[in-house]
Write a protein that binds this ligand. Sequence first.
Ligand code: FE2
Ligand code: FE2
Length: 197
Amino acid sequence: METVKFTAMKDGDKEDYDFLTHHEAEYTKGTADRLLTALVSLDESLSGYQITRLGHSLQSATRAERDGADTDWIVSTLLHDIGDIFAPYNHDEYAATILKPFVREQCVWVVEKHGDFQMIYFGEHVGADPHKRDAYKGHPYFDDCATFCERWDQASFDPAYDTLPLDHFRARVHEVFARTPYDPAVIRAGEREPLTA
Ligand SMILES: [Fe+2]
Ligand SMILES: [Fe+2]
């Protein structure tokens, strides 16, 4: 069997869907490599900053690692702007969706909201509300997102910084995307790990 027999989903039988499930399992093993390739394509995106979006992603992740943050933080930080490629108007939500089955809830929330939190730094210059983050006041992860933005995201546009290369992070990305999706022991709902050691 090389393809399913059906041309409309409702006509598929057990054999067809067993076949597809096997194919899907094989395909998902390539997620980490596909994401690493996508990150490289961020190098070509038009930014206007002094460094590329890939450079920014690597620099943010480098700062996270040097702060002593754990793997969930480092990989989430590396991928936090990957949505820039296909979702320029909600790049934060896009990245959070990719990470959601594989990293701690805390990191997913921070990546999802980082666009709103970043407004504090430049909202006034682009006609946006600098205090957009105030809508989340009192949220258990509010301070984590504020720290993420201050220490790792807004600070990482410096071409002179000693940024680690993508190869340095490759094994960590593979480790994260090889996890069992939505494993409660990974998601750890409501639990917080510090951003700095
Ligand atoms: Fe961003
Ligand atoms: Fe960013």
